[in-house]
Design a binder for this molecule. Sequence first.
Ligand SMILES: [Zn+2]
Ligand SMILES: [Zn+2]
Length: 368
Amino acid sequence: MDVLLAEGDADLRTLRRESLGYTVDRGMAGTGVVASLPGADPSRGIVLRADMDALPIQEANTFSHASCHHGVMHACGHDGHTTMLLGAARVLRQLPQLPGSVHFVFQPGEEGGAGAQKMIDDGLFERFPTQAVFGMHNWPTLPAGEFGLRTGPIMAAGVRFRITIRGKGAHAAQPHLGLDPIPLACSMVLQCQTLAARHKDPVAPAVVSVCMMHAGDTDNVIPDTAELRGTIRTLSSAVLNQLQDDIRRIGDGLAAGYGATIETEFFQYYPATVNTASEAALCEQVMRDTFGDHATHADVPPNMTSEDFGFMLEAKPGAYVLIGNAPRGETGVGLHHPAYDFNDDIIRDGVRYWVALAQAYYVGPRRR
Ligand SMILES: [Zn+2]
Ligand SMILES: [Zn+2]
């Protein structure tokens, strides 16, 4: 493989899908693309998944490869993920046939669009028989050349919520003639924090963030309504469900206590991204064999961000890993930041990981 990726080899970033010789399936989840490398037994298969979408952020970088689309940039490095998986598709096609198939899945809509679930709904696993799924994300706080993973939850489950508090408007100087929703909204915010701190198991991570609070239009009118919006992130669906029930109950209690109406709505986001033990162990062994023990962080802490690969991991065993993105000697700019940059120096390592993983899955890890 290293011969195939020798220095001076064709620039992976300029490859066109059509040039790789694959027949591609297009259209799942709208713009999803799947290229499959048939194995000796087509009933066996693994998914290697890259997300493709960008973010509605105005890029602050001025280098030549900055986004040329106003207000849209690859601030999460999904263009790099796509490039690395294209590289793996190219290399694996030139190697001897594997016992089972490798499905290269290029997925749209990770950033809030639940593209992974949509591809599953569109028949991904029926059209491409799959026993295990694997994903990878660049990670700016990890140095380039290093990898991280963990068994169990690596990213959080989340829901978004909207709480609408309806009281009764009045003159600011005559609050007794109305029902002021603003103190109730403030109480809701504080009680949400108490839930996270005092009502759930302290060793079960959870974040309840009220991120938007809106009420009123001027300084001498008590408004009719107040609205809160925010998100809950947890590492387990049980804790997520418990916190939703708790918030709803507190809203109902406050409403009853003050004679207001409080409507609590939850909008499903993503499940937790939970790595299964044997697949995570395989990925770890591939990292150690390919990049060395010093470059393998086998027990990174879970992160409270969310990732729609969690849907694929609810359906199939598998593992989601992190590839270091920080330039050597520097701290990488964070994901979703207007100055973020995918580090092209990690493309080669990402391709090597994917190729070694596919081989290890079917024929066992290479031993040093
Ligand atoms: Zn992102
Ligand atoms: Zn991302």
